[in-house]
Design a protein around this ligand. Structure first.
Ligand code: NAD
Length: 351
């Protein structure tokens, strides 16, 4: 078992990864509410927290409806939860996003522990304090910044995770390696077999490195106001445009895989990146069988719809997009790219 602690603004955030990492839950005191997906057997958690109350919920985007938050808040209130108690969110990003939002508004904030069960959750969604639910058909339109006290990446949950969901999470791991961590890049290049067969030691290493990269960035710029947290958006400008152009039928991890390929090309073409970056990006993504061009996506995104989505990107400032661009593996910089230039490059990349 390995762990790190990072101070983010006014809280210590503790991240623990390993097989049997759930043991850490024994340290909790007070009343404990465990929210978990209906399909997930909570027995491993019950073993360490026999006194807790268990609330099964649907997961996926169905759960992320703002109305569900009020239903869950009512349950907590009726059962007498107060600010000294703890909420545990067990599940993928859909559960940690929704239950995190609930924890942040219930009595103006109740202690939160995230127990991600997908690789994407362990390396990204459960870390960093962004919570969000969908409202009026708009994804993540209601949300807060609210740091969990503890994040527990229990490796045994990954035993049942399908390979495709593993790849979706690896796409974010690859993102950290390209813009922030050349050592992680080398580890990924050298350990594909171990990672894909879910070897504990290999997963522990890539998960803790990813968490540490994300927590470092979040500690410097929790609320994305200092131009540092934007680095986490590498691949996401084109990636979101792809998701939007396919009505979110292409999974986030696959969309940002093509997004990272395109944005590496832009970085080289516009002179931000050293020669070789695109080749290095392609080598790693293809090694993990992630898509690097739009023909590999199902459905194939319509470039025209993707360009329309770019115009509405939240990183847009008047006529420019403020985006992170890699300089070489493990290093990045901020770039202000005119929207028209970005659209032209995206069209070329998605055509
Ligand atoms: N807050 C953030 O910073 C942040 C970052 C990235 C993504 N997100 C959000 O996260 C969500 C996507 O995350 P996700 O892919 O983890 O979502 P998810 O919760 O929808 O899980 C994906 C799928 O995996 C299944 N699953 C979960 N754990 C499993 C396990 N251990 N074994 C087998 N199957 C399992 C789920 O039932 C679901 O079908 C999106 O809503 C996105 O907006 C948030």
């Amino acid at each position: 078992m390995r762990e790190i602690t990072q101070t983010v603004c006014c809280n210590d955030v503790r991240f623990v990864v390993g097989r049997n990492a759930l043991e850490v839950l024994r340290e909790l005191t007070g009343k404990i509410a465990v929210f978990h997906p209906l399909w997930l057997d909570p027995t491993p958690i019950r073993k360490v927290l026999p006194e807790a109350e268990y609330f099964p919920v649907e997961d996926g985007e169905r759960l992320k409806d703002a109305n569900n938050v009020l239903v869950l808040a009512k349950e907590l209130f009726e059962r007498g939860y107060d600010r000294g108690d703890t909420i545990i969110a067990v599940g993928g990003g859909s559960v940690t996003d929704t239950v995190g939002f609930l924890a942040s508004i219930y009595l103006r904030g109740i202690r939160l522990v995230n127990v991600p069960t997908t690789l994407l959750g362990m390396v990204d969604a459960a870390i960093g304090g962004k919570t969000g639910v969908n409202f009026a058909g708009i994804k993540n339109v209601l949300g807060t910044f609210y740091q969990p006290n503890i994040i527990i990446a229990e490796l045994s949950f990954l035993d049942t995770l399908p390979q495709q969901e593993l790849r979706n999470g690896l796409s974010e791991v690859i993102k950290y390696s390209i813009v922030l961590d050349s050592a992680l890049y080398n580890i990924l290049m050298g350990s594909k077999d171990e990672i894909m067969r879910k070897d504990d030691e290999a997963l522990e290493e890539v998960i803790i490195r990813s968490a540490s990269n994300k927590l470092d960035v979040v500690a410097q710029d929790e609320r994305e106001t200092k131009g540092i947290r934007i680095v986490l958006n590498f691949g996401h400008t084109v990636g979101h445009a792809i998701e939007s152009a396919t009505d979110f039928k292409v999974h986030h991890g696959l969309a940002i895989s093509v997004g990272m390929t395109c944005e590496s090309k832009f970085a080289e073409e516009l002179g931000y990146a050293e020669e070789g970056l695109v080749e290095d990006t392609l080598s790693l993504l293809t090694l993990y069988e992630l898509p690097v061009n739009p023909d590999q996506l199902d459905p194939r995104p319509d470039p025209y719809k993707a360009l329309k989505a770019l115009e509405k990107d939240k990183k847009r400032r008047s006529d420019v997009l403020l985006v992170p661009v890699p300089r070489r593996i493990g290093a990045w910089t901020k770039a202000e790219i005119p929207v028209e230039t970005f659209k032209g490059l995206t069209e070329q990349c998605l055509r």
